[in-house]
Design a protein around this ligand. Structure first.
Ligand SMILES: [Zn+2]
Length: 658
């Protein structure tokens, strides 16, 4: 996954009510208290076994109710003999969604559950401890049940991720299916069908059994794991382009859009997307899919997503991705990132991240490989294919290096601890993100792998690089789509085969210990150093414009919403922090004049020469107050500066392979 979903929620309520201090009570001698009986729980949930499920689930999804954002499901399940003998069939709603690294199943959106046997209702009971599990009382004679329910999908992003818009539907099978407990989910066969709005077209890694009947597509029987790993993007406005070389394994760019005019691209832009496939194959030396489908939505309405699958990926970009090609480069590593996951994450997967079912807990101890090295290759492949220029890639790298070097949370957390963050925070908004250094395993992982790449180059006298690791680790068993799990020791073993070194210590020091500075050795070994000047970083500036943000992260320590002056980020211990500012404060005036971005930038420049504090009128809630910031270092933006008379290894790394 690459896109972080920040959902507004009831976090404040939890903070206010969850920490309520209860009045102290006088201690009572225990023997005076009657001992309560423990309330028995329903039957324990059956343990998943690696045996074949007897029969096939049949699932039909109606995704046509765009007005209410409601999907309606009907499912037919054979009841296994073991469940009939126990008198208890347990159905599970997927909880641990691959790629999310957290128990983020959309159980809050499930409604209207009705379970019947030959038309007679069965009185199901939700497990009171695991609320994703439903107990269904069955008799020995009941060999099949029918399940009907709805997905009450979000109408706005405030309620979760929007999956239905007037022109696009995103069916994620984990949101629209229940499956039986007691079996490895890969052993449960499913035949699914979906009814889409009239006249729409759909894309998915699933293959239909034939043309649509009416508006319904029916897919071939696949394991439940494959179904969940094969979502659908469908839309009224749809285009499909082949990206593979002639005769190669099919790779398709499927596009849906809010408006037909957004599906406008030229040959050069398409060629760049074809280059991505060529460059990935040159880097990894293998393919682990029978066919690959990019599911790309050009949209400002569908909920944002970047989610990897083995033979596809869900990729949302802004609606002007093609129509404003000159300015859309800050988001153009997305396809490269998610495509890389087909090798790193889906084919090769950390052993502790692989669950037997979608309700077995996952652990993310190796996410700095799964996401960190994917972040690395996503950026490199974006540059090698031409999705971004080398200069744009370097500006992005400078911004990442500066941002993570400045993370104040470096003082207390190693990167390894941040791999727990998807479970801790489930990507909810954080007031002091840089002090929490939430999920730093993505970008700091990227910097660690840059360091490793440059170390390999130095040790091998520039005959080897992380490309050799990629081929050795991800390039095995060309054509196989069977998941291959790995541990920390496997990573170290492969690095040592590329070039012998104390890689275990190298990784341990950078990942598992508190480090005051970001791992920037890779920049210097690559022939560059990180510097700050008063000239804008073009990547940061364009990303700021695209999202209406004024980035003053490395001067005042703030990122400001240009539309209304509100603070989206205040860096811990920065000049703004020391002056008493916090996230969501609104700058109303700068040195006595109404707030404008230009006015604030001019004030930062003027303070450098005048040595006079910047005076801000700030609104906090309904309270107005004046803040004085004695900051005199002027504008500061990060850049990479060439170290003369050293090998330019960074340019070699970012250049296309042939
Ligand atoms: Zn990812």
């Amino acid at each position: 996954m690459t896109i972080r979903l920040f959902r507004a929620g009831t976090f404040l309520t939890v903070l206010l009510l969850g920490t309520r201090v209860l009045p102290a009570q006088a201690a009572q001698p225990q023997h005076d208290q009657p001992q309560p009986e423990a309330t028995p729980l329903p039957s324990p949930l059956p343990q998943a076994k690696d045996v074949a499920f007897p029969g096939t689930l049949r699932l039909s999804v109606n995704a046509t109710d765009l007005a209410h954002h409601v999907m309606t499901m009907h499912e037919t399940l054979p009841v296994p003999q073991s469940a009939r003998e126990a008198g208890d069939l347990v159905l599970l709603y997927p909880k641990w969604i691959p790629g999310g690294h957290a128990p983020e199943g959309t159980i809050t959106q499930l409604g209207g559950l009705k379970i019947t046997s030959e038309g007679k209702p069965l009185s199901w009971l939700r497990d009171p401890v695991d609320v994703f599990a439903f107990h269904v009382p069955v008799t020995k004679a009941q060999t099949q049940i029918d399940v009907d329910f709805n997905l009450l999908s979000p109408v706005t992003d405030n309620e979760g991720r929007v999956v239905m818009t007037p022109h696009i539907v995103n069916v994620q099978w984990n949101e629209v299916s229940l499956y039986p407990a007691g079996y490895y989910s890969r052993n449960i066969p499913v035949q699914a069908s979906v009814k889409l709005p009239h006249g729409w077209q759909a894309a998915t890694a699933l293959r239909p059994t034939g043309p649509a009947v009416g508006d319904t597509l029916t897919f071939g029987t696949v394991p439940y794991n494959t179904l969940v790993d094969s979502p659908i993007f469908a839309g009224a406005y749809f285009k499909k382009i082949a990206l593979n070389a002639p005769g190669g394994v099919p790779v398709t760019l499927n596009m849906v859009a809010d408006k037909p005019g957004d599906l406008a691209y030229d040959d050069a832009e398409l060629q760049i997307h074809r280059n991505l496939v060529t460059q990935a194959l040159l880097t990894f030396g293998s393919q682990h899919y029978a066919h690959y489908d990019f599911l790309m939505a050009l949209t400002d309405e569908l909920g944002r997503i970047g989610l990897e699958h083995h033979q596809s990926s869900e990729d949302s970009v802004s609606e002007d991705y093609f129509t404003d090609w000159k300015h859309s480069f800050p988001q153009r590593d997305l396809l490269a990132h998610e495509y890389t996951h087909s090798w790193n994450g889906k084919y090769r997967r950390p052993a502790d991240l692989y669950g037997a079912t979608f309700n077995a807990p996952q652990r993310g101890s190796l996410l700095w490989v799964y996401e960190g090295q994917t972040e690395f290759w996503g950026n490199i492949l974006a540059a090698r294919s031409g999705l971004v220029t080398k200069e744009q890639g370097f500006d992005s790298l400078a911004l990442m290096a500066a941002t993570y070097d400045a993370q104040s949370g470096r003082s207390w957390r190693p990167v390894a601890d941040t791999t727990n963050d998807p479970i801790i925070a489930q990507r909810s908004p954080l007031s002091w993100r840089d002090f929490q250094r939430s999920e730093d395993y993505y970008v700091e992982g990227q910097l660690v792998w840059l360091d490793a790449d440059m170390m390999i180059r130095k040790l091998s006298h520039d005959t080897k690089s992380l490309d050799d690791f990629a081929k050795a680790f991800f390039g095995t068993n060309d054509g196989s789509i069977i998941v291959s799990t790995y541990t920390f020791d496997d990573v170290v073993l492969t690095l040592n085969k590329v070039v012998p070194y104390d890689w275990a210590r190298f990784l341990h020091d950078r990942i598992s210990t508190v480090q005051k500075r970001a791992p920037l050795n890779g920049l210097e070994a690559g022939g560059y150093k990180l510097v700050y000047t008063d000239k804008e970083n073009a990547f940061e500036a364009q990303a700021g414009k695209n999202y209406h943000r004024l980035p003053l992260r490395f001067s005042l320590g703030v990122i400001i919403n240009q539309k209304n002056g509100s603070l989206g980020t205040v860096a811990w211990d920065s000049p703004a922090y020391k002056a008493g500012l916090a996230i969501h404060d609104v700058i109303v005036a700068v040195n006595g004049d109404t707030f404008t971005s230009e006015g604030l930038v001019d004030a930062v420049k003027a303070a450098k020469s005048d040595k006079t504090p910047i005076i801000l009128l700030v609104k906090t809630g309904s309270h107005y107050h004046t803040v004085s910031i004695p900051y005199y270092d002027g504008l500061r933006y990060p850049h990479l500066e060439r170290i003369e008379n050293t090998p330019d290894r960074l340019t070699t790394l970012y250049s296309a392979r042939h």
